[in-house]
Design a protein around this ligand. Structure first.
Ligand SMILES: [Zn+2]
Length: 340
């Protein structure tokens, strides 16, 4: 679909942060509403609408697309809604009757190296980035953790995810249907978000393929990395603090397959993190069971991975988790004793 330029500009002004026009280059710039540009929000403008290329790109998260796709993403429009929105305005326009490509069909970022494959790693043994990422994997015990996924990846030249640790999300057919990448290099961590998700793709559950068929309790953790250390746990790749829905539709469908199992949420320590405290409260209020960190551990460690690294564990004993799992009123009372 070809959109009128005025319409694109109007949407850019509506959704980009602090938008500006640069006459000499004929570009519009602003803050990227997709990645929020990490700590550089309001200090830098890394999102551009390049009029001559009819393209919108972000130099922070790597977003690059034609305007319709960007508007659909930021305005949360379906193709039909976008079309209706254009038609409701006073613009000249031309519409092709083809649906734009929205689904990301690539299983993994470009040329991903499997860090658990000795032959591949051997081949790159002199590459500094490969060495640095592997040393982080080892330091964090990700190569020995009991519930680790069957592969971890690294791409040296993907446009968005290069030089980051790639965490593959497999479904029950062992197909990688989603991934997140985590920054490892110092510069990358300073300049870009710690976690980036596969674009144009539904969030699924990390380590879903590791759940045993006769599981009695499924543990739900926020970040994929914590899931390495808890048997029968899945990572949800972040839950929204403001949203009332903690899981995506796809994630709910996947969990429904294990409807007989009890669900327990294991978040970061409520003793150290206001956001975690708030989310725990929301989960309790919506009827979920939660692990509430005991003070001794929770005041010392901010999350499962930090605790396992310090105590040199490859797994958290689920009996410990069970002991500090609470539901309903008991959970509320327990949580009320914590103030951050
Ligand atoms: Zn961005």
């Amino acid at each position: 679909m070809e959109l009128p330029e005025e319409y694109i500009v109007q949407k850019f002004y509506q959704f980009a942060g602090y938008p500006k026009y640069n006459k000499s280059t004929n570009t519009y710039s602003g803050g990227c509403p997709i990645c929020l540009e990490g700590s550089s929000w309001k200090r830098k403008s890394r999102l551009y609408y390049i009029v001559k290329d009819v393209a919108i790109c972000c130099h922070n998260c790597g977003w690059y697309s034609k305007p319709p796709k960007w508007i659909m993403e930021v305005a949360d429009f379906s193709y039909e809604e976008l079309r209706a929105d254009v038609e409701s305005g006073d613009f000249e326009y031309g519409i092709q009757d083809t649906l734009p490509e929205r689904v990301n069909v690539h299983d993994l970022p470009r040329d991903s190296i499997n860090l658990f494959d000795k032959t591949q790693v051997q081949y790159y043994k002199d590459n500094d980035t490969v060495r640095k990422v592997i040393s982080t994997v080892v330091d964090r015990r990700l190569n020995t953790a009991t519930n680790r996924p069957r592969a971890l990846y690294l791409s040296l030249d993907d446009f968005v995810h290069k030089n980051r640790l790639i965490l593959p999300f497999y479904d029950s057919n062992n197909k990688c249907i989603f991934y997140q990448s985590r920054g490892v290099l110092d510069r990358c961590l300073r300049e870009r978000p710690k976690y980036l998700s596969k674009q144009n793709s539904d969030k699924s559950l990390f380590n879903y393929d590791n759940i045993s068929p006769d599981v009695s309790t499924i543990y739900i953790v926020e970040g994929p990395i914590d899931s390495f250390f808890i048997k029968n746990s899945v990572g949800v790749a972040g839950i929204q603090e403001r949203s009332t829905e903690s899981l995506t539709v796809l994630q709910k469908q996947m969990l429904n397959k294990f409807f007989l199992a009890k669900r327990v949420w294991v978040l970061d320590s409520q003793w150290q993190d206001q956001a975690s405290l708030k989310k725990t409260k929301q989960l309790i209020d919506s009827g979920e069971c939660v692990f509430i960190w005991p003070e001794k551990l929770g005041s010392r460690y901010k999350d499962i991975n930090e605790m396992c690294v310090d105590l040199q564990l490859d797994e958290v004993n689920t009996e410990v988790l069970e002991k500090f799992t609470y539901c309903g009123l008991k959970a509320s009372i327990k949580l009320n004793r914590i103030s951050v």
